[in-house]
Design a protein around this ligand. Structure first.
Ligand SMILES: Cc1ncc(COP(=O)(O)O)c(C=O)c1O
Length: 381
């Protein structure tokens, strides 16, 4: 049976630059040689920090401060370090109502009180709702530790926090004296030439934003190269919790050598491939379930979010889809309070583009057959 893997935020394996990385590995090893006997140190390999800074400048017009960048084992370690430092057990944190399950897992592990803020699938977190939550917390004498947001091509909804909302979030963070953790995992995966709004980190004028990014989503999660950017006092506080001796300098140097030369070309190539897959998913959904479901139409990122009819039997859907080899993620995995929601997330970059129509057609058939009143909705295609 074929495997139609729409789970997990993996990039496109078919544009993975194996040959380019082989050449970059040779360059990296010749450059580093015996230096690799040393520990990389808490901030990590400088060449990759320079590259991260240039990567930010390419999109944002200003470089990242190199001495404030810390290379981590994927952005998951960055999240673990940053959130672990900012959260004391019982602290309140705010986030989009739907967000990355890995972040929620870390928040729960550190015993945070997670407050979900309503959002829409286009412009992200609703600022009136955020203000109301902050005011309500203040009345209870609670100052939240931070607001967590995935500002670009949000996981799972694909929302892009609008510029107006970014300004307002920063103003609210100042007014209520809290901080913002900006997770920019997906900012460089865009199928359009329209720039995303300026990052919160760039707009910040009162040292409230800690920025997190990764190479997992534009290259591969297997390389485990991510980073956070924080100014003092956060920089020092976060590093007091770090004991690993630093992230592999060899892996960092390979990624740096490769992207110093090929960032632009690689992004153009891989974004074209991922964009085509996204369109194939949308077209197939339109063909088969436009009478039943609604879904997002992402302009970037790796995810499409489908709102299912209330009549959907989620267990039956899972059973029918997996019988055909179709994998997807359940909406509840992204809900801040793990509530059951009639929605699923598709990660479209991994499956081969030629297999997408077949896989999504099976999924559509499963959605239709999983309606509890399926007799009423069975007609039509
Ligand atoms: C929003 C977000 N942040 C962080 C991560 C962690 O990615 P990695 O540790 O591979 O960089 C993910 C992975 O899916 C994610 O979606």
């Amino acid at each position: 049976m074929k495997d139609f893997g729409f789970t997990g935020g993996r990039p496109d394996p078919h544009t993975f630059p194996t040959e380019g990385l082989i050449a970059a590995s040779e360059k990296a090893l010749r450059k580093l040689g015996g230096d690799l006997v040393n520990y990389p140190g808490e901030s990590g390999y400088r060449g990759l920090r320079e590259l991260a800074s240039m990567r930010f400048e390419r999109r944002e017009g200003v470089p990242l401060p190199i001495d404030n960048i810390s290379i981590t084992s994927g952005s998951m370690q960055a999240l673990e370090l940053v959130l672990g430092t900012l959260i004391n057990p019982g602290d309140t944190v705010l986030t989009e109502e739907y967000t990355y399950g890995g972040t929620l897992g870390i928040m729960r592990h550190f015993k945070a009180n997670i407050v979900g803020v309503p959002m829409d699938y286009i412009d992200g977190m609703n600022m009136d709702a955020l203000e109301a939550k902050l005011a309500e917390l203040k009345r209870q004498n609670i100052r939240p530790s931070f607001i967590y947001t995935t500002s670009n091509h949000q996981n799972p909804t694909g929302a892009i926090l609008s510029l107006e909302r970014r300004h307002r979030m920063l103003a609210l963070a100042e007014e209520y004296d809290t901080r913002i953790v900006e997770d920019d995992c997906y900012g460089d995966i865009d199928f359009t030439s329209t720039p995303t709004p300026a990052s919160l980190f760039k707009l910040d004028t009162s040292n409230r934003v800690i920025f997190i990014a990764t190479f997992s989503k534009i290259l591969g999660a297997g390389v485990r190269q991510g980073y956070f950017v924080a100014r003092e006092p956060y920089w020092g506080q976060i590093h007091q919790n770090r004991w690993d001796g630093g992230t592999s300098a060899l892996a960092s140097a390979i990624v740096a050598e490769f992207f110093m030369e090929h960032l632009e070309v690689h992004l153009v190539k891989t974004n074209a491939a991922v964009g085509a897959k996204c369109r194939a998913v949308v077209e197939t959904l339109e063909k088969h379930v436009s009478d039943l479901c609604t879904w997002t139409r992402p302009r970037g990122g790796l995810f499409l979010w489908i709102d299912l009819p209330e009549t959907t039997d989620l267990n039956k859907l899972q059973e029918l889809a997996s019988a055909k080899g179709v994998g997807y993620s359940n909406g509840s995995a992204f809900h801040y309070a793990s509530e059951s929601v009639k929605a699923i997330r598709l990660a479209y970059a991994y499956c081969h583009v030629d297999d997408i129509p077949e896989g999504i057609t099976y999924l559509c058939e499963a959605i239709r057959a999983a309606q509890v009143n399926s007799v009423d909705v069975a007609a039509g295609d």
